[in-house]
Design a protein around this ligand. Structure first.
Ligand SMILES: *Cc1c(COP(=O)(O)O)cnc(C)c1O
Length: 377
């Protein structure tokens, strides 16, 4: 379920507090006038929540990916390998760095096919950008091994799996750097917002400066006199986003627990003949989406209609496939990469993604399994 389902007076009070304390909406400075630093608190809270050495709040998930790419040293002409089931934001961030996105297909886990990724490595490859799609981790052991062997950086796009773990570690911290999103459809939200997580102090330093026009935030100096060594851009988070983000972060464990109850109710009532998305070993997904495959298009349409009739709907597959599959991105990618993404498109064309909602209860998901698969029993 997305965090917007449980927005309540706690988020409202958090925003009110800013105005009651004088209405300082900016993350930096105004020290004499303010009582709180919400962005800083959100960063501290995120560090604790995900067991990270460093956390940088930014304006969106897309901004987090861009800042992270810059911080691991992606330069014009470099190649960055990402995957065909994805969101267009990663491609945009790579292009915005002047680098070249290279597209690997996905396998039955609907995440990066690491064997395909290996065939795409060239002398120009700088980084691998795996995307943990719809709540489920990529096969991070294989990705890290491949990266190590070829001396590549790893940026995890964890916008869709905030709170998921692999081998008991939070996603986003297994590679060199991780990007999170808190847009309004994500597992926790502050309207728009993102986070760059890393255990590397040098990556964090660059990210922090780059996201804020190069400001080094030197505590010895007032902000207007601040020292600088690189130029950057403005990808700052506001105090209002951070105030909401803090409250939502407190709800993350609850959301994942509730998701998992509903997911278990659904999965334990699925007939064994149904092919489901492959979940990689060692992974703890956030269970916000259940995906299964139906080969016959006719049959698939029936399942989709049932999901809509029963008020569950579908999530991205099929309804937002064009924004999530590289086979549709001829406006951004060269022809050969669009063409090779057909393999992923063929796989996604058989998939149905069922959203796990908090507004539905556990029994609703038991009933859903009954009704969806009644002809198979
Ligand atoms: C949502 C999302 C993004 C972008 O995040 P925004 O906060 O919307 O900019 C990037 N990658 C993936 C996989 C996403 O789902």
């Amino acid at each position: 379920m997305p965090g917007f389902e449980i927005i309540d007076n706690k988020e409202q009070e958090a925003v009110n507090q800013i105005f009651e304390e004088g209405g300082i909406l900016f993350a930096h400075g105004f020290d004499a006038m303010r009582k709180s630093f919400h962005v800083r608190e959100f960063e501290e809270k995120s560090k604790k929540a995900f067991n990270a050495k460093n956390a940088l709040a930014v304006s969106s998930g897309t901004a987090a990916i861009k800042v992270a790419l810059k911080s691991i040293g992606v330069l014009p002409g470099d190649e960055v390998i990402t995957q065909a089931f994805n969101f267009i934001a990663t491609i945009e961030a790579i292009l915005d760095c002047g680098a070249k996105p290279i597209i690997a297909n996905v396998n039955d886990s609907l995440n990066m096919d690491v064997k395909d990724c290996e065939t795409l490595i060239t002398k120009k490859t700088k980084a691998i950008l795996p995307v943990h799609m719809l709540g489920v981790p990529c096969d991070m052991d294989s990705i890290m091994e491949l990266a190590k062997k070829n001396n590549l950086k790893v940026l995890e796009d964890n916008c869709e799996a905030v709170g998921a773990k692999y081998d008991d570690k939070y996603l986003g911290l297994i590679g060199d750097v991780g990007a999170f999103s808190f847009d309004f459809g994500k597992v926790i939200t502050c309207g728009e917002g993102g986070l760059v997580l890393t255990n590397s102090s040098s990556i964090d330093k660059y990210a922090r400066e780059y996201h804020d026009h190069g400001h080094e935030n030197n505590i010895e100096l007032p902000r207007g006199r601040d020292s600088r060594s690189i130029y950057g851009f403005n990808y700052r988070m506001t105090e209002m986003q951070a105030a909401v983000g803090k409250v939502q972060l407190d709800k993350l464990t609850f959301i994942i627990q509730e998701n998992t109850k509903r997911m278990n109710a659904l999965v334990s009532n699925i007939p064994s003949g149904i092919k489901c998305r492959l979940i990689p070993k060692k992974s703890s997904p956030i269970n916000d989406t259940f995906i299964f495959f139906i080969d016959s298009e006719n049959e698939r349409q029936k399942y989709i209609s049932t999901l809509i009739e029963l008020g569950f709907g579908t999530k991205n597959l099929p309804d937002a496939m064009e924004w999530h599959c590289a086979a549709f991105w001829d406006h951004a990618l060269p022809e050969n990469q669009v063409a090779r993404s057909i393999l992923t498109k063929n796989l996604l064309t058989k998939a149905i993604a069922v959203p796990i909602w908090l507004r539905k209860n556990v029994e609703d998901y038991e009933m859903l399994a009954e009704k969806l698969f009644k002809d198979m029993k």
